[in-house]
Ligand binder design. Structure first.
Ligand code: SF4
Length: 307
């Protein structure tokens, strides 16, 4: 395998297939409600960057049980990770947060993933999660970073900088949780070197896992408006693939890779993956790495200046 897939990482840990099951909570985000900002990140759709979930009117337990009943037989999976994907997971009132986590503790749930912002990492939430981890449930925190270029972060209205991300990683590591970081590989305001530098930063910080998204553009978002008004061009698919390959070559070989292309909701999407399926693009990328004998981390050297 040319790069270290998250599915393989999970097999190495648990000895079998493990599936991440999205759970939808009725939350919001401090970058939407005025606490940090309003309007949210320019790419963020109505469901807060999570669309594969069930209705948040269902209880956490019901959502998980429904999904497990569907996914288990289909993929022959027996173990699961409850994935709190929408909005800012640690922005829920703490009692609701605790209750949601308790409800997720089904017998075959071996891990819990919380998706959140790097500037919203309150210690009481981490302390509660540490108790859960001590009881045998692995905790992973997913941090949205998207870019390490501060000007890009301001353009896309993230409401935080790189320093908050570094601080979040340092704080979370005190609790022994694993960390996944989201990046967008082709933000029009980033150069390829911004993206590569993000890979080097994640490597140096000991981030465990990365989720890379190709830029997707949703209707009824600020980004969608800019796209319709021709404010930017989207990098061609071939150049994106080459960029991601180089990124994989310079990151730590043991950083697992959860995603390389976008997944966006059908129906609300103005642009996603150049009209191709993510699987097709992934096959092209894997074939290109294989043909050239490239492997994840074969250029990794955070002190050697490989760009
Ligand atoms: S931080 Fe997440 S939920 Fe909040 S606006 Fe940005 S993408 Fe949406």
């Amino acid at each position: 395998m040319s790069y270290y897939k998250y599915s393989q990482y999970l097999r190495n840990i648990y000895g079998e297939k493990v599936y991440k099951i999205p759970v939808n909570l009725p939350g919001t985000c401090p970058n939407r409600d005025g606490t940090i900002g309003t309007g949210g990140c320019v790419f963020c759709g109505s469901v807060g960057a999570g669309f594969e979930s069930q209705s948040n009117r269902l209880s956490v337990r019901t959502q998980l049980e429904n999904n497990i009943a569907h996914i288990g037989p289909r993929y022959k999976a027996k173990k699961y990770i409850a994935y709190f994907q929408n909005y800012t997971g640690t922005y829920l009132p703490i009692e609701l947060f605790r209750q949601a986590i308790r409800e997720a503790r089904l017998e075959n749930v071996v891990g819990i993933t919380i998706s959140t912002r790097p500037d919203w990492i309150p210690r009481p939430y981490l302390e509660f999660l540490a108790e859960v981890q001590r009881e045998g449930i692995a905790i992973e925190i997913e941090l949205g970073l998207q870019s390490i270029n501060i000007n890009t972060l301001m353009t896309i209205n993230r409401g935080h900088g790189v320093a908050e991300f570094v601080g979040a990683v340092m704080t979370i590591k005190e609790y022994g949780f694993t960390i996944c970081t989201h990046l967008i590989g082709n933000l029009p305001w980033d150069t390829e070197h911004d993206f590569y530098e993000a890979g080097r930063l994640l490597s140096v910080l000991g981030v465990d896992s990365v989720k890379i998204h190709s830029l997707y553009i949703l209707e009824n978002t600020e980004l969608g408006k800019w796209y319709n008004e021709d404010h930017f061009d989207v990098l061609p698919s071939d150049a994106y693939i080459d960029r991601v390959i180089h990124f994989l070559r310079i990151i730590r070989p043991d950083m697992s890779v959860q995603r390389l292309f976008a997944r966006a909701p059908k129906g609300e999407t103005l642009f996603c993956n150049w009209g191709m399926s993510w699987r097709k693009l992934q096959n092209i990328l894997e074939a290109r790495m294989k043909e050239n004998g490239y492997h994840q981390g074969d250029l990794y050297s955070h002190t050697g200046g490989n760009l």
